[in-house]
Design a protein around this ligand. Sequence first.
Ligand code: ZN
Length: 162
Amino acid sequence: MQRPSHHLDLCLVPADPNRKAPDRVDLFDRFAAAGFTNPDGSAGPACDALVQGGFARVRLDVPGAMALYSNGQGGFRVFCPRCATNLTAVWSGQPRDPGGEVICGCGATSRLDALDYRPPAAYGRWAVVIADAADGQITDAGGETVRSFLGEVRVIGRRVVR
Ligand SMILES: [Zn+2]
């Protein structure tokens, strides 16, 4: 029997939350043309050029609503961007609207998407997910190629059990 184990996904979340999700077919064509994946999204011959050590597959995640891409199983903490007070407990009581606001004891009012997440987290309506990544980041050259497909993105590491 296979035991569940920890996997690392890299979520490429658009820096502009209003950016439209890419066309799925077009996106997979581009990833395949770069050699990052095969046409079905599984790791391609040049997967190493995107993530050192490779990955299992790439998929487009479109949850249908604003989502917070975060560290997942590992959890994360949230801090005031001005005074660095831990606001995790205040944040937890907020609806998951990035335009919502948290008021810190120091007087700073911050939008949820402007708070300091550690490790990094990002709100988005879609993400390109690189599943089972062997490394915690994408390569510089791979990042440049991916940004030419997707526009500016933030790379969020997410630990999952499956
Ligand atoms: Zn503060």
